[in-house]
Design a protein around this ligand. Structure first.
Ligand code: NAP
Length: 278
């Protein structure tokens, strides 16, 4: 039986640690404020934004909500970000993605001050990560490292295989595993003989975006499997990129969906907000 890596428990531990830190900051007269901008009324985005606000409340971070109409112009959004960049009382700025088609997402991300870039998507944050400098790290990959460390899973010297090379998951998690001295291989849709590569992994991170794609034929016995995927199946139940029932019996540790990587993303967003004060 594999060890089930409990992302809910670990994310709660992190949030409780942050709550204490925020209380100390408050005693020293420092408030932390996160500005959250949502454009339009996409139901999934509304749920994510709501969860972020709830986490802020729990930890003691003040949140400012900006709910803009779908018809807002790009310039109006950029002006709002620039005004928040200038405010000393705002520590972090988050623009909920995706944005409507008439707005250039890259330009929006680049307009957020790197000092307030709590999502870690700004090119300066990404560049800092790639050359080993301090900076905000995007939340899902940072959460995966915490899951491994807090489950006492050694990364140094391990064969780490990442499936996926997206800017928000695949690339940053590869850099973080490298920073932790893993031997890292990145796979993508043009990888030849995917199974042959993934079967070498001591730690397999799956961010492929395809429900239940990874079956036991893709994993080495005793490997650690981190499933980043989130999907709803035909019965409206959540599932990951990994076929959990098939893979769990052959691995040493695995993250479930839900309750694995998912809860870590918001916990690490809160971590970035608290660290924005420094
Ligand atoms: P994405 O941008 O769609 O990237 C998917 C990656 O998988 C791409 O690099 C693609 O390769 C690769 N790929 C696709 N088919 C493949 C195949 N047959 N063999 C090998 N590689 C293949 O996805 P993402 O944004 O990284 O997200 C991945 C999953 O994680 C999604 O299910 C998403 O919902 C989930 N997610 C969860 C969280 C969380 O908080 N838990 C956060 C973010 C994302 P190419 O580059 O060659 O196209």
């Amino acid at each position: 039986m594999a060890f089930i890596i409990d992302g809910k428990k670990i994310s709660n531990e992190i949030k409780d640690e942050l709550k204490e830190k925020v209380a100390e900051y408050k005693q020293a007269g420092k408030e932390i404020t996160l500005a959250v901008i949502q454009v339009g009324h996409d139901p999934a985005s509304t749920v994510y934004v709501g969860n972020k606000k709830k986490a802020c409340e729990y930890i003691g971070i003040h949140s400012l909500a900006y709910e803009l109409e779908e018809t807002v112009t790009q310039q109006e959004l950029l002006d709002l970000i620039q005004s928040l960049n200038k405010r000393d009382d705002v520590n972090g700025i988050l623009v909920q993605l995706p944005l409507p088609k008439h707005i250039d997402e890259d330009l929006v991300i680049q307009t957020i001050s790197p000092e307030k870039d709590v999502d870690g998507f700004h090119p300066q944050s990404v560049g800092a990560l790639s050359i080993g400098q301090e900076g905000f790290v995007s939340c899902t990959p940072a959460g995966i490292i915490q899951l491994l460390k807090r489950s006492n899973i050694e990364i140094a010297g391990k064969e780490c295989v990442v499936i996926g090379r997206s800017n928000i998951v695949g690339k940053p998690i590869s850099l973080l595993l490298l920073r932790e001295n893993g031997t890292v291989t990145i796979c993508h849709s043009r990888t030849k003989d995917l199974k042959e590569v993934t079967r070498r992994a001591d730690i397999l991170v799956v961010a492929i975006g395809k429900p239940k794609f990874i079956t036991k034929e893709y994993v080495k016995e005793g490997a650690v499997v981190i499933d980043v995927g989130i999907h709803r199946n035909e019965n409206n139940k959540l599932c990951g990129d990994v076929d959990f029932e098939d893979v769990e019996p052959v691995v040493s540790a695995i993250t479930p969906v839900p309750g694995g990587v998912g809860p870590m993303t918001i916990a690490m967003l809160m971590y970035n907000c608290v660290n924005a004060v420094k």
